[in-house]
Write a protein that binds this ligand. Sequence first.
Ligand code: ADP
Length: 461
Amino acid sequence: MLKRVLVANRGEIALRIIRECLDKNIETVAIYSSADKDSLHVLLANESVCVGAAPPSESYLNMDNIIEAALGTGCDAVHPGFGFLSENPSFAALCEENDIKFIGPSSKIIEQMGNKSAARELMMKAGVPTVPGSDGAVSDIDTAKSIAEKIGFPILIKASAGGGGRGMRRANSLDDIERAFDDARAEARAAFGDDTVYIEKLILSPKHIEVQILSDSFGNTIHLGERNCSIQRKNQKMLEEAPAFAFDHELRENMCTAAVKAAKACKYEGAGTVEFVLDAENKFYFIEMNTRIQVEHPVTEMVTGVNIVAQQIRIASGLPLDIKQSDVQIKGHAIECRICAENPIRDFAASPGHVNMVHFPGGNGVRVESALYSGCDISPYYDSMAAKIIVYGDTRVEAVRRMRRALEETIIEGIDTTLLLQYLILFNRIFLRGNYNTSFIEKEQDSLLELLRTATDIRGI
Ligand code: ADP
């Protein structure tokens, strides 16, 4: 079993991992930047090390300082959380070289799945359905044009190294393609230092459905069912639920089986997520695999009762999974709202600053994951996610009511947040029917924002 884990992250996910370790009597070492010295994760860990200045490149992305901190404090493992170095194969390799267990898959697997065009090729070979498109990377415009003509417009030109919706461009016709190709490559080069791109058909208004999987080092792979993460703005998820509602049993089985196949094809080890888009005819296609814990993992934990972070630690300790596929039963319904420090009325502009007062909801079926406290500061240097509020209900209707109630109880004073917008989504007819897709925000934005303005005015009276 692991004895001492360095948590190479900050915010709520660092807390989630530290708390899990505390529950298991594993010691923790927090790392922090100079901007985060008063953060909760620093207070909760057994020990903490400042790894650099506020900009992520100097601290949370500073591999040498983090490895030095792990070695200097006698850690036998590193948990990378999500974001930052969690999907960086060089960091995982550095851990391997220094005999520190990276809690996640090997650097080789991270590299293979992190290159989206290579991952796509691997999935094609394994018989996992992929979006029609190029076989691998596309290096010149003539090839791009001939592939586009074959699969039909509209198409997406996507960065192989892409993430967070960056390095992705749409082309509607042959006239558009050159510009889209050049723009996608330029953005990919700037954001990831790699301008390799590939082509996929653009699936119109798909659902984003993903499957949580767990694989141990003994070749056991299971899935924990799916999540619907289609409420997105600018390709960023805002609200997720498990299981996907209004879903056919056979479709669910097929998607989950394909996800297990995907994990087995890359000899996966750890907790991972296989992401699919689902079209209007209920055909699903692999888009990518995330080789880390995800923000929305709690909804799966709540409907399966499986502790995913505990399983990550178990797998990293070299133990086999202690659950079989037949033990996994999906029960009830869970919803998560990612409350971000952003102002939806001002095009989701970041709203860092001083948080005067925080009050989080409680009661039956409510879980809060957040590093906020009254009097803390939200730094402009990092991700804007301030809190995750997760609810469980026996039915979806109960979960929706409970989320409304939980958001009504929540107070975050001093900064703008997305909370009220998420509250309004919980009353939207399309959302309530449960059959929504990734166009939801775009289509509903005007009416939601109008309601939001009115609600904000009323609250100001
Ligand atoms: P990222 O790493 O940026 O999350 P993804 O490949 O997962 O990149 O795509 C992000 C989002 O973009 C998906 O959730 C989905 O909504 C949309 N998307 C990606 N590929 C396609 C596609 N071929 N057709 C339609 N939408 C897509």
